[in-house]
Design a protein around this ligand. Structure first.
Ligand SMILES: Cc1cc2nc3c(=O)[nH]c(=O)nc-3n(C[C@H](O)[C@H](O)[C@H](O)COP(=O)(O)O)c2cc1C
Length: 359
């Protein structure tokens, strides 16, 4: 079995120096018009300096109306290019490969932020306050696909190594994949293949406009009762993705130690079928070196982490050296010292038990 400090390759041959992946983390630190802030750039550079093999940015919206969170940076316009270029060029000073996570919030893009009724694959109930989403017309679906493609091209022009298409956590791509949220009767709804059409058309469109060594990774939630996705369907989705020119799949497990009814983890289930065909990154509740090795032993090529990288920006080397790692809660001062801005620290107060004076 590989160890965390071994290099590996994406399907396109891109060399990744080790098995540590900084998973996407929304951090609310950027500007109202979607331009990246120095705080968000500084936060990511600190983790690149800390030795992560891959740095993934926070989710970034491809359309103004797809914004999910206040302070989220955007990739929907050329006015974002200077900030994106600044980040990409500075990341090149380190050994990390750089990925922008691109997404559209769909029914999870609040009207309070976008000024528009949220849209989705179908008309879906959101909440008492927000009401229902509107189903995108076919022209709007095609326009959204074009915006994903333009956003990926923008990331390539800025100098990033790739994009991660955010098909996890119930946002627009997942809303197309799920049976609960996609009841369309056109070519974008129906069977698993048809519900995948939105994602597959985005991938083909990106591939047609970027250079061959620009990597495309796809992030999925393997199981979601809310959206309506089973593990079996996710396997069918991955089988379809493997037919496309993509370079890795990233599964978001939230807890990699959870087991299915058959006693196997989701990582094992997916990697035992697909690891030979495509690299799999798996993420969720990894803290220590042993946790990370468990994920590799389950068959993943690389291990994603989010929360542990907040107090421990040097996580890859700490893990490689077998250092013990302090656990939550962390004081605001500890997090500020690890290059989180006061805005990000405040956001982390919402994550139960993470900040000493938070929830
Ligand atoms: C503050 C915070 C923001 C997050 N934002 C994103 C995001 O923008 N995109 C995404 O795919 N996942 C996001 N996640 C989920 C993480 O990428 C990761 O899958 C999850 O936190 C589980 O990993 P962990 O146990 O190592 O934290 C976020 C998690 C946290 C803690």
């Amino acid at each position: 079995m590989p160890s965390m400090d071994e290099s590996w390759q994406m399907r396109n041959g891109m060399e990744i120096p080790n098995r540590s992946v900084l998973a996407a983390m929304t951090n609310k630190q950027s500007h109202g018009d979607g331009r990246l802030s120095d705080d968000e750039i500084g936060f990511l550079l600190r983790r690149a300096k800390g030795g992560f093999g891959i740095i993934t940015t926070a989710a970034s919206h491809v359309q103004k109306s797809g914004q999910g969170w206040e302070g989220e940076f955007g990739v929907w316009s050329d006015h974002h290019l200077p900030g994106l270029t600044d980040l990409a060029m500075n990341l090149k000073k380190y050994d990390s490969r750089s990925f922008v996570q691109i997404f559209h919030g769909g029914m999870r893009a609040p009207s309070s932020l976008t000024g528009q009724q949220p849209c989705s694959a179908s008309e879906n109930f959101i909440s008492e306050n927000e009401g229902h989403s509107r189903a995108l017309t076919i022209e709007e679906v095609e326009e959204t696909i074009r915006d994903f493609i333009d956003a990926a091209k923008r990331c390539e022009s800025a100098g990033f190594d790739g994009v991660e298409l955010h098909g996890a956590h119930g946002y627009l791509i997942a809303q197309f994949l799920g049976t609960n949220t996609n009841r369309r009767i056109d070519r974008f709804g129906g069977t698993v293949e048809e519900r995948c059409e939105f994602l597959l058309t985005i991938i083909r469109g990106i591939r047609a406009v970027v250079r061959p060594d620009f990597a495309i990774m796809v992030r999925l939630s393997p199981v979601s009762n809310e959206i309506g996705i089973t593990l079996e369907e996710t396997k069918q989705v991955i089988a379809l993705l493997i037919e496309e020119d993509i370079d890795a799949v990233h599964i978001s497990c939230w807890d990699v130690f959870d087991v299915q009814d058959n006693g196997k983890t989701v990582t094992h289930e997916i990697c035992s079928t697909f690891s030979d065909s495509i690299p799999i990154v798996s993420t969720g509740s990894v803290w220590t070196a042993d946790d990370a090795q468990f994920v590799l032993d389950e068959g993943a090529q690389a291990v994603g982490v989010a929360r542990v990288a907040l107090p421990h920006p040097d996580w890859p080397s700490l893990v490689a050296n077998g250092n013990s790692l302090s656990r939550p809660p962390f004081s605001p001062e500890e997090l500020l010292q690890a290059d989180l801005s006061p805005v990000f620290v405040d956001y982390m107060r919402r994550w139960k038990g993470f900040v000493t004076d938070g929830r």
